[in-house]
Design a protein. Structure first.
Lengths: 460, 460
């Protein structure tokens, strides 16, 4: 069995487990109490805060522990927006932030605030100049992840931080994916992260707010954690989180090099081993352990099941694997293929031969899914050519619309068009992506009864 | 060492520890994922929810896990108020709720809502008729704890639940102190609790919302826990919480009887062993393990330190032990003495001889503190009597104003008065309480330069 979904959650680091066990015995009492069990708990909490602050590179009194990374983001965004309400109600986020940031932005909008979503390029990174030009006199807060959770692309936090600093706008960095690898460089004002991403236990997030940043915590008052995280402190888990952060940092440089080589293997070899694959995300500026690719004519959920049967746990941004049946907002923002999407995120310690085994089983798994779905053979058909064809894929889920398109494109002459009727949201992303991969022209989308018509011109 | 503060936090139950360890290995993955680690985590989460729901006596799909009891209360209050906003914006709470409920009520008020605080009697219980008469056509939610966390008094949840049901108003019960002992009887609509109160790990609260109760979760959207508890589920802790709830319930009947006998010993014997003590809370309708008393002429913080040195960890509602330097709102609402306050809350398993040892060291600890503070001797002074005396205790913290009052009351003739000038908030509660205990007449409070004048007439 190989678990390749560290970007969702990492198994508990041995150091975290040990620290958790010790702290369950020593740190269960209320740290606000004056008796010895309380004082002992307080000491553990203070030490964990110092260790975490050192790893984050902030002062201990700038850092609080929350109950999750999501909670850290929600609290950070709401607190910074409320603290700067007099300056304005404009919030900037990138289009590829974690859902916790985007949901916080939706809440702000529903509450009458303004939100600018900065687009990303095809690699998933924002352009610092474009981000900077979104800054306005009424901007209360800007948010940017340190690296993307789905495709691994690192964001230009340093350059964006400079632009924000120049404009006097605080920058909140969601460092959930990168904090285990190293501190966030550059000029951030708020930082959020999640312990279970670096091998700490679930139930611990952290939120750092630099001194001098205006911050007004929302919700009912609570004395704990400087009023920024209500509820009894989860000290055993906090202690384990801090201990494991320190432990993974000690191994980070060596392990990053090793995982980077393994993911580079996947990046290079998957397109050779599997036809019709698009590897997405920045090839260089990326997280060490994450690599993402999409396979034409493949249904993501079925591929995940096949890989699970073969002993590999990976995740997917395909629409069929989400409860909303829409493709991942990250892939959509990048404008890349979403069907047959696979994210491999290697936990530290992954042995090279597991990656080799993955590369060995992947081609057959993909071929099996394609066969079941009746994907087109490599050579186009040779039926008599007609100038325009219509494919009716209404009511059919991706990748079927793309498969049907691929089957008939050879039936029109060069210069002829295929109109694909589809009502699956993913088609809007995947038909243009198919055209780009296949060297065909995507003419555009037209309204059609019961869905949309996507028009493709054959040019090769 | 004896830890007598189970009402703050209980040490981890052995069953919880075992379950936590097992679930750290099996339940660390994302339960929303389709691969085996995710499915395994989902199974554990589902099983924990079923076990907890059975203990609460609700349906599994009515129960979600939150990150703390405080969070369960905040979410429950806000969600019920938002869900019934069209009906009205009136909220009812008792005056002795946990601070999480009262803080949620303050937030609702700050947001333009109306709040009625139902008073309690001298035992700390609300009168069901008085509670019922607070119900209005625009009441959106009523809150009542199952039992008080500071004095152990059980609330008439059954009778209040009937009144609420008749008025069509949902009742939220904060069951934090009692859920380990048994399900909440009666007709509640929402229920909140906290695992670390019953020997579960920190980091787990639970919120039950009966089907049919209008509920609109606030804050940014999140798919987890039916949209009622944002952030990655803390499955190992949830599993441990459910397992320990089941375990303490299995032992509850026997253990309740045993602890009830031990706390009855304290209730009976402390007033015999220590002069000038008031035992507070209902003598019969009370939690098994909680007993609270206040000692005249004693500074709570110093007494806690003395008891800690003698090996006993207890808590206190005295003003000097709170960060705000005001007495506990519970003692204030009950109108009982707050100085020298001690809450003993025995964890399950407390041996009888620890209680005996406590009873052995308490008198000396109290006497030591009184001596240091120069508390009055039993016999009043015999100085020539004057009709009116003024004691200037401005700038001095409780119990000094009460001590000074007690020292001079014998210096005025029967019928004469003593005016105590004080600026410590606790005097407002403790001087009338002293009069009641001492059989003197509390005349009232007058404004005075730099504080207040509390007027006492000697009548015995």
């Amino acid at each position: 069995m190989a678990y390749f979904d560290a970007a969702s959650a990492a198994p508990l680091h041995p150091v975290a487990r040990q620290a958790l066990l010790a702290a369950l015995d020593e740190g269960w009492a209320d740290p606000a109490r004056l008796y010895r069990e309380g004082r002992r708990a307080r000491l553990l909490l203070d030490a964990a805060r110092e260790a975490a602050a050192e790893a984050v590179r902030c002062r201990p009194d700038e850092l609080v522990f929350t109950s999750s990374g999501t909670r850290a983001v929600h609290t950070g965004v709401a607190g910074a927006l409320a603290g700067r309400r007099r300056i304005g109600r404009h919030l900037i986020v990138s289009a590829v932030e974690h859902s916790s940031v985007l949901h916080a932005a939706r809440t702000h909008e529903a509450d009458g605030g303004a939100v600018t979503e900065v687009p990303v390029g095809r690699t998933g990174a924002v352009d610092p100049a474009a981000y900077g030009s979104a800054l306005r006199p009424d901007t209360a807060l800007a948010c940017l992840q340190s690296a993307n959770h789905e495709v691994g692309t690192e964001q230009p936090v340093g350059a964006v931080g400079e632009a924000c600093r120049a404009a006097g706008v605080p920058l909140l960095v969601d460092a959930a994916q990168s904090l285990g690898w190293g501190p966030v460089e550059g000029d951030w004002s708020l930082l959020a992260a999640s312990a279970h991403k670096w091998g700490g236990p679930p139930g611990v997030g952290l939120l750092a707010v630099r001194k001098g940043v205006r911050f007004a915590p929302g919700g009912p008052a609570d004395e704990r954690e400087s009023g920024r995280a209500a509820g009894f402190e989860n000290i055993p888990a906090i202690v384990a989180a801090a201990a494991s952060l320190r432990a993974v940092r000690a191994e980070a440089a060596a392990e990053a090099g090793r995982l980077r080589e393994l993911t580079a293997r996947i990046r290079t070899r998957v397109p050779r081993l599997v036809p019709d694959v698009e590897v997405v995300g920045d090839p260089d500026r990326r997280l060490p352990g994450v690599v993402t690719f999409s396979c034409l004519y493949v249904d993501g959920e079925t591929l995940l099941h096949e890989l699970d049967r073969a002993g590999f746990s990976v995740s997917s941004g395909s629409s069929c694997t989400s409860s909303t049946l829409t493709p991942s907002h990250v892939l959509r923002a990048m404008g890349v293929l979403s069907e047959g999407n696979v994210r491999v995120s290697l936990p530290p310690g992954t042995p090279g031969d597991e990656v080799e085994r993955f590369l060995a089983v992947l081609p057959e798994a993909v071929a099996g899914v394609r066969e079941k779905l009746g994907a087109p053979a490599a050579a186009p058909g040779t039926a008599p050519a007609r100038d325009e064809l219509v494919v009716d894929a209404l009511g059919r889920r991706c990748p079927i619309p793309v498969i049907e398109l691929a089957k008939v494109i050879g039936d029109v002459p060069v210069g002829g068009t295929v109109r694909v009727l589809a009502d699956d949201e993913a088609a809007r992303l995947d038909i243009p992506a198919w055209c780009e991969m296949r060297g065909q022209e995507y003419v555009g989308e037209e309204a059609a009864d019961g869905g949309a018509a996507y028009v493709v011109r054959r040019i090769s």
